[in-house]
Design a protein around this ligand. Structure first.
Ligand code: 0WD
Length: 254
């Protein structure tokens, strides 16, 4: 379904990362990939994973560094030519902000969460969109219900996800005329490195798995399936949307 297409996947940290499941699924449909790693700490792990997907390119990217964001787009232009798909699967908040009261959020904690988790989508979209014009291209980000409702301990990350969801709508409006679609997948809770920073995740997953209409939690592959849909021509009429891949939990009012 994605033969001959190219994708930039941002947010692989290890084999549990949602971005890694998405990368595998896109590659299985024929997409050629560039994977980013956040500093040398992650380089070995990302290369070891990516080397199982023939043709993959690697580039360093810390989204807090504007020069690296521009450099990533330049590398993609040089190696892949154009870009059909950008996957943004990153978030960060200081651990001390992911517990206790939202009321106690610090100015710096708020700034960092917004910058890495929300603003980075806009920065990457701006850098990459010139490579995506006229290709029916797709930008996909990962969000969470904590941006729409109160989820205990999610706190400043919930506010960052609300900003991310709104960014999806504004970017969809800006980039639509160039044929670029922008959508989010709102995933149910999945045990990954960044999720382990949120206090009480285990209890939350238990409740969600019991109550969700499908009576289960979701996994990385569930999310990857929706990402393939959003990357493919099957979703050519969809933009500015948040698709919930959460076993239906978000529809409940109890
Ligand atoms: O339950 C979950 N796991 C859910 C995750 C439910 C709903 C949504 N999501 C979202 C997350 O909020 C995030 O946006 O999915 C996205 C991917 O998260 P993940 O796969 O759960 O987490 P992980 O495997 O840790 O990958 C996120 C990575 C970072 O890992 P760490 O754990 O070191 O923060 O994002 C990257 C980093 O590799 N990252 C950055 N990349 C570039 N520049 C930066 C940065 N400044 N900061 C973090």
């Amino acid at each position: 379904m994605l033969q001959g297409k190219t994708g930039l996947v941002v947010g692989v940290a290890n084999k549990r990362s949602i971005a890694w499941a998405i990368a595998r699924a896109l590659h299985a449909q024929g997409m050629r990939l560039a994977l980013t790693y956040q500093g040398e700490r992650f380089e070995g792990e990302v290369r070891a994973l990516g080397d199982t997907l023939p043709g993959t390119t690697y580039l360093p990217l810390d989204v807090q560094d504007d020069a690296q964001v521009r450099g990533a787009a330049d590398t993609v232009r040089g190696v892949l030519g154009g870009l059909d798909c950008l996957v943004h699967s990153i978030a960060f908040a200081k651990r001390e902000e992911l517990g206790g009261r939202f009321l106690d959020t610090s100015r710096d904690g708020y700034r960092v969460a917004q910058e890495v988790s929300a603003y980075s989508l806009t920065a990457l979209a701006r850098a990459c969109s010139p490579l995506m014009e006229g290709r029916e291209a797709s930008i996909i980000t990962l969000t969470y219900l904590g941006g729409e409702r109160v989820v205990p301990n999610y706190n400043v990350m919930g506010v960052a996800k609300a900003a991310l969801d709104a960014s999806v709508r504004y970017l969809a409006a800006d980039l639509g005329p160039q044929g670029i679609r922008v959508n989010a997948i709102s995933a149910g809770p999945i045990r990954t490195l960044s999720a382990s920073g949120v206090s009480g995740l285990r209890d939350l997953m238990e409740v969600m798995g019991e109550r969700a209409p499908l009576r289960r939690n979701v996994d990385q592959e569930d999310v990857a399936g929706a990402a393939v849909f959003l990357a493919s021509p099957l979703s050519r009429g969809v933009t500015g949307e948040v698709i919930h891949v959460d076993a239906g939990y978000h529809v409940l009012g109890f």
